[in-house]
Design a protein around this ligand. Sequence first.
Ligand code: FAD
Length: 580
Amino acid sequence: MIPDNDLIDFSAKKRLQNIEKLKNEEFDLLIMGGGITGAGVSCCTTHAGLKTALVEMNDFASGTSSKSSKLLHGGVRYLQQFKFRLVFEALRDRNYLFKHLPHLASPLSFLLPVYKGSKEPLLLLNAGLSLYDGMSLISKNAVTRFHKIIFGKKVQNYEKNLNLRNLTGAIKYFDGICDDARLTLENIKTADFLGATIANYVKIIGFDRNEDLEVNFAIAKDLLSGETFKIKAKKFLNASGPWVDAINKTENASYGNKLKPTKGTHIILPKLTDGNALFLKTPEKPQRWFFIIPFGENSIVGTTDTKAEVKDENDFSYLEEDNYAKESEIDYLLNAVNFYFPDSNFTSKDIISSFAGWRPLVAPEGEDTSESDISREHEIFETESGIICIAGGKLTTYISMSKEITEYIFDLLDIDYVKIEYPRILSWNTDIDKNTFLKLEKSISEYKDDDVIEYLINRYGTEYYKILEIMNISPEMAQKIENLSEDAKIYRAEIIYSVFYEMSITLKDIMNRRFRLILKDKNQGINAIDEITEIMSYTLADLLNWSEDYRENWASVQKEEYILELEKVNAYSLIKDVLA
Ligand code: FAD
């Protein structure tokens, strides 16, 4: 069933080989954290010629980078705060992603309704959006889609169920959307392709220093085998998002925290809008901006923005434990939705799923800034013993951040830096636009089903043929996984691909991040876990020479852990009947 060994590119087997390399070789740079920041930097530094390693304590994108609102946006609201640099950088990066990752990043229509008494009247917003469009237009890869103003009840032509009471009009404009976890993974896969040494489920637990008191080794733990080992590098980049302070504390217990993470919760509800994303203010005071975002057959609603309630600044357990939607957060979001969609009357029973993450924000020292006002801009700083840290920023701006930190590291290493373009992402390895590529591939492919080709290209870009190769091994591989909603459909071959080429190690990697079944399927994939676990476990067993007993035990533990996860995302009430 398994293709030739040389096709097994980025798998659990490669992970073991990479761990051996991490133990035995010296690197120019060790990146700690496999979220979008670490993933982006690893692409850039490897492309620029640095011998780069990256370790992630969990799965790639398992931190904040799978819990974002998934928007590629300049951030209209940052214009209000005069953060022009942040907005320009984000618009430039957004436009770059539209052009260079057309299978992942797509423009999305937004509607910004304005109600009587709003602090931001329609004409002021119109002026703001003119500036926004203008900034996008002067950036490279400019997107020529302009906003428009809609007066009064005409808004109903765009969103028929929206609350019209006191509505003065709306602004319709464009930004973008992207699967955050897949964006991260595609950057990780590209860094691997370029030569970086990468492993997930490897946690940094401490450091050694040389006689000059500079860090020269990181102490790592393979969380799957339990083995501890050291990684030697010239420079260490802490790209662990909200965990930046936690890692720095393992090196120096008296290090003072720099971050003030805030929590953002989203809920997923049955489809609310007619295809637009809505940008709205909560009815509850103090009013905050929130989004309702189309998500296939459903809508994502979020987010909240709350500070961590931490009594002990050495305790970072909240980052993993308080990582789910709380009842009060759910009520807050439902209340906002029911205000703008008065006929919906949603209750917590209607929630399909939820997710929550921590913003890795660097707060200004000493000031008591409100959560929403803490800067979203990134910061680079170093600890006394030379650990380079990067925190803050946005999913959208990871390319600018990656280029900046690469230049910074070259400077520290005293190597002349020749400005580079961000490397081409492995899964869009062509200059052709998506529609032309789709037409071309459909016309030349021997595979008869055009819909399958379109589906695979939309998900895997120019790498789609690798899944077709697996489908061609046997008709069984070309079958869909059973018992999933249409929105969440996947093929058996994709599971195998994700084990061979995407370092999928656990069932949660598949359900939560590779395919987002926990968010997309109306039963959170619960009816498909037997089939998925079977395919995954046999593939891993072949790769890693597991015994049948070991495989069976692995499969049952994985299923139990996934069901526990469902309890936490608040979907358990919905699946109880299925389990019974
Ligand atoms: P993370 O994604 O958290 O990655 C850090 C990684 O480090 C984690 O995977 C973690 O497991 C790993 N790690 C931690 N400790 C260790 C260790 N000891 N050893 C090894 N690895 C370790 N931005 C946008 O542009 N658009 C949006 O719509 C948007 N919406 C957002 C909504 C919310 C609710 C939140 C919270 C953020 C949002 N953002 C958005 C911001 C964006 O998601 C983040 O800026 C970005 O994902 C941060 O990525 P990161 O790689 O820095 O951190």
